[in-house]
Design a protein around this ligand. Structure first.
Ligand SMILES: Cc1ncc(COP(=O)(O)O)c(C=O)c1O
Length: 352
């Protein structure tokens, strides 16, 4: 059987490799586990599993909307933000048209573009950061979508409000930008842009979020997009009838109100970052200051060998060779004990 031509260059997603029993700090998941309020909400929903879920995720979208000071018509929910990216590409990308993103960034943008026959242009980062000027230079009449990850996975670097606004203003009117704020909740920089504010005055911008990181619900698959209602209505046309399952809808709704868990998660991340920065400096390793829940570290040797060494020591981290960053690893900030163990293994790398 012949597959569609566009799929010839699509390779299956390769998740971070791990080993049974290893501590997994390779996928930027929440080291505290799932939101407790989400767990309670799920258990009270188990008796309803014979029912179909609400196809438009009404209550979840209302809750997300009020969380962002918007109304529900600004929100669409998906089976993870990965599904949202594919829905956006399915809505706007004509075959042969262009998708622009960074070279060293989250791979699902590339996947969604290829799925719908897009021509993907990848612009290298500049000192770990999205190079907005070079991205602008790549825009042509055939450019449909630009994916921007802020803060960027895997570097943790961020685009400032002013530079992002200037970039958006400079884009021609036929280009739609997707601003992925999967890690935006962890950002503390004062000049970190607020996607939810930007969409109010920009009808060519879609902002995406996930419940997989801060809320600890990666296994349930819940993501969402915020955009002007005209865009949301267009994206809705590609939505599968029941795309967000019943447990996910309940869990997401509850997790948004789990203030105690949210505060504990952010606090752990902040303290861990301070500890790790200090220790990495002491050991002489360069890293990118991060606005996310992970740190991108230069290990000065093949990251795959470092990954194997970590795995032998019982910890899975992410080697960044697949992102084109051969000598870099990404470490998800863990609990205090996990961070100490990470530093212990790092400090013995020289001898390995
Ligand atoms: C930048 C970025 N966006 C989106 C996602 C995926 O989110 P979801 O689990 O909601 O599909 C990830 C997951 O690692 C990510 O790193």
């Amino acid at each position: 059987m012949k597959i569609r031509k566009t799929l010839e260059s699509v390779k299956p997603y390769v998740a971070g490799r791990t080993r049974p029993g290893a501590v997994k700090l390779s996928s930027n998941e929440n080291p505290l586990g799932p939101s407790p309020k989400a767990l309670t909400a799920i258990s009270s929903e188990l008796n309803h599993l014979h029912r179909y879920p609400d196809g438009v995720s009404g209550i979840l979208r209302e809750t997300i909307a009020s969380h962002h000071n918007l109304t529900a018509d600004y929100v669409i929910a998906g089976n993870g933000s990965d599904e949202i990216f594919a829905m956006i590409a399915g809505t706007y990308l004509e075959e042969g048209f262009e998708v622009i993103t960074a070279k060293e960034t989250f791979s699902e943008y590339n996947f969604s573009g290829l799925l719908y026959g897009g021509h993907i242009k990848k612009v290298p980062l500049q000192e770990g950061k999205y190079d907005l000027k070079s991205i602008l230079d790549q825009v042509t009449e055939k450019t449909s979508l630009i994916f921007v990850c802020n803060p960027n996975n895997p570097t943790g670097t961020y685009l400032k409000e002013k530079e992002l606004k200037e970039f958006l203003d400079a884009l021609p009117s036929h280009v739609l930008t997707i601003l992925d704020e999967a890690y935006g909740e962890f950002a503390t920089a004062e000049d970190f842009p607020s996607g939810q504010e930007l969409i109010k005055s920009n009808k060519r911008l879609i902002v995406t979020h996930t419940f997989s990181k801060l809320y600890g619900l990666a296994g349930l698959r819940i993501g969402y997009a915020l955009a002007d209602p005209t865009l949301i209505e267009q994206i809705f046309r590609t939505k599968q009838a029941f795309n967000v399952n019943i447990l996910a809808q309940q869990a997401g709704t509850a997790a948004l109100g789990d203030q105690n868990f949210i505060s504990r998660t952010l606090d752990l991340c902040k303290k861990g970052k301070t500890f790790l920065y200090g220790e990495l400096k002491r050991l002489g390793y360069d890293y990118y200051p991060s606005q996310a829940n992970f740190i991108c570290i230069r290990v000065k040797r093949d990251s795959r060998a470092v990954f194997d060494h970590f795995l032998d020591e019982g910890m899975a981290i992410r080697p960044l060779a697949s992102f084109g960053l051969d000598e870099w690893i990404r470490y998800t900030i863990g609990t205090e004990d996990q961070n100490r163990e990470f530093i212990r293994i790092m400090s013995e790398l020289e001898k390995a």
